[in-house]
Design a protein around this ligand. Structure first.
Ligand code: EPU
Length: 341
């Protein structure tokens, strides 16, 4: 079927904060064939496009004079490699968590720590999603993308994507240019869970589990996530609202002397990563609200919509937090989700 374009559509169901802003044009794209229709419409109307997946990393502050395209390209494929690894490919519009569960059911392991992350497969590489000691860059082989500028289909290897902490070439250099058609991962037939991230091995020990089954381990990750992070269906949010700041190691050491409880992790050589949640929490923000915009009561890094907050309310709250953190620690927090317009 050709791509259908609608006008003045509310984006409330398409962003995890639940902001009720509208898109001038809107389309749900579910096949590769429809990419030609998309290009034609863009050229004809001369209108910029905003590509979205699950809308779970998005702050919409006003109505958008744009064409919003939701990537719904599906498809799952699995094949064993001669070296004993397994290649798994998923359409960019597949739901991330459903996909992770499917890999585990197929006996393909490596994505279990990324269970329950909201969003789609195609959005996952854009910000190099990560949780509990694993990032997508550790497991991704390549992806296939559609270049909205040239109309060509292009393959990016993992190295081409220039992955970094919550960052990739799709975010830093080419925002909005590529629609991700499919992503391929190299997974393992052997289940060797990554347990080093704070709390995970402790949680297993508490339950008396010594060698977890893959789906059981994924369930545990879901439990840990649910205990700290709100599910967007229940409380609008976009996960961590700020990145954990990476600062020079000597600056971190000086801060640690003044604030001995500060949570500091080693990062690339010469740098340290601070837990932004700790910085915000220490300043008493956890659970605070400004109107319907709030800081989540169990995780200070997560901003939430208690009902009728707008994107602007959330951005204002974020600004107050950034100013407070900067005043106290001299560290500027960087907003993690994409903000539009
Ligand atoms: N902390 C506090 N108070 C808080 C929140 C955190 O003191 O309100 C402390 C914790 O006690 C812990 C440290 O800060 O010592 C780190 O907290 P946590 O383990 O919850 O992880 P995070 O750094 O806040 C990051 C990711 C999450 C990911 C978790 C687990 C970023 C921006 N966030 O959060 O990713 O799920 O680690 O791996 O890197 C996301 O990106 O949207 C996201 C949810």
């Amino acid at each position: 079927m050709s791509l259908q374009f609608q006008e003045n559509i509310s984006l409330k169901p398409y962003n995890s904060f639940g902001f009720d802003v509208s898109a001038r044009y809107f389309a749900l794209l579910d096949s590769i064939e429809q990419l030609a229709d998309l290009r034609e419409f863009m050229q004809h109307q001369a209108i910029p496009v905003l590509l979205i997946g699950g809308g779970s990393n998005l702050v919409l502050t006003a109505d958008l004079d744009l064409l919003v395209v939701v990537n719904r390209i599906r498809g799952l494929h699995i094949s064993d490699n001669p070296d004993g690894t397994v290649s798994v490919t998923a359409g960019g519009g597949e739901d991330w968590h459903q996909f992770v569960r499917w890999t585990l059911e197929q006996g393909a392991y490596g994505l279990e720590n990324l269970s329950l992350i909201p969003g789609t497969v195609g959005a996952a590489p854009i910000q190099n999603i990560g949780a509990y000691g694993v990032e997508i860059k550790d497991r991704m082989l390549s992806l296939e993308a559609f270049d909205l500028e040239t109309g060509e289909q292009v393959v990016f290897t993992s190295a081409d994507c220039q992955f970094d902490y919550r960052d990739s070439i799709f975010k830093s250099r080419f925002p909005g240019r590529y629609l991700i058609i499919a992503v391929t991962f190299t997974l393992s037939r052997e289940f060797t869970p990554v347990l080093h991230y704070g709390g995970i091995s402790g949680q297993l020990a508490d339950r008396g589990i010594t060698s977890p089954e893959p789906l059981q381990f994924s369930d545990l990750i879901c439990e840990v996530r649910n205990s700290k992070l709100p599910q967007p269906e229940q409380l609008g949010n976009a996960g961590s609202f700020f990145k954990n700041p990476v600062i020079p190691e000597d600056q971190a050491q000086q801060l640690k002397q003044v604030f001995p409880g500060m949570v500091v992790f080693a990062d690339k050589p010469g740098y340290s990563k601070l837990a932004a949640g700790w910085l915000i929490d220490q300043l008493g923000w956890k659970g605070r609200t400004q109107g319907d915009a709030g800081v989540y009561e169990k995780q200070a890094l997560v901003l939430v919509n208690h009902g009728n907050a707008t994107g602007t309310d959330i951005v204002e709250l974020a600004g107050a937090i950034q100013a407070d953190v900067y005043k106290q620690y001299g560290v500027m927090l960087e907003i993690e989700p994409r903000c539009y317009p």
